[in-house]
Write a new protein. Sequence first.
Length: 357
Amino acid sequence: MFTVIMAGGSGTRFWPASRERLPKQFLKITSSRTMLEDTLERMRSVVDDPARTYIVVNRIHEQLTRDLIRGAGYQVLAEPLGRNTAACIGLAATHISRVDPDAPILVLPSDHHIARPDEFAAVLRAAAEAARDQAIITIGATPTRPETGYGYIEMGEKIEAGMPCFKVSRFVEKPDSEAAGRYLASSKFLWNCGIFGFTAGTILAEIKSCKPELFAGLERIDASIGTSDYRAVVEQVYLSLESISIDYAVIEKTRLPLLVFPGDFGWSDVGSWQAVYELGAGSYDEAQNLVAGDAASIDSDGNLVQSTGGRLVALLGVEGLVVIDTADALLVARMDRSQDVKLVTQLIKRNKRDDLC
């Protein structure tokens, strides 16, 4: 079995703590370790050989990643530029196919939170076994609220594959609040975790069928592996690749068996500062503030404060705010607007303040 950790994201929703050169997966957001380290540790109980874990990163984060995992034995693959998950997964599968094209691969993001890792590992093991039989597997989390920020998977016919799983009836984009409420009430829908299982042989064959131009590029890369031309070939191929997710490129087009394994393992994609606040519920003060760093509050309720800028942050008579203070930038936002922080980074870029991005 292999693991592929997708760690190429830019993390714009966590500005100003995250930057292009230090995105979310390299931050200590939900524990004393970076999110990438948490993901690697979580997967050790599923794939215990580090040499069978591939971390795919953007080239500008390659050295940062190697420094973080120094001596651990993990494989690091660097993309010259982001081309979404189809290219990322295809690159990893191309390397893995040279080792064992028939072994299951579990593909997952590097920056998610799992509250119950043992339950998560059990679901992944069952999913990996099902992936051996020329199937494509995805993982769905049991919804706990009518969430509009996640995609959904509708469950079809029930199947027994080590544990109960379901044929995928359909994928649903992020719904409005009314639809999300219906999905929650129906008990037929799961949150789409963006986690997949298949063999290298299976996914490369499906890429060839569904996205032949991507497959052609991967063939060129494959021919260069182990040669002095490899880095230049990857660079050249990536310049011409379409930026497309594996969902749109393959998963929603495949004619292979497509199964979803449900799980109640406390999943969150940690997609905003509000999500960080909600995950920190056990550390709230008496006024329901979540505070880290040098900060003080008076008559202030339900705020998230992170102060790393070397100065005191004081709150007086405010509620429902996100306040993130770093050495060179300060963010103050309403908690319910924290999904829109990426708009700030877009504004900064338009104003040519690339030093702050």
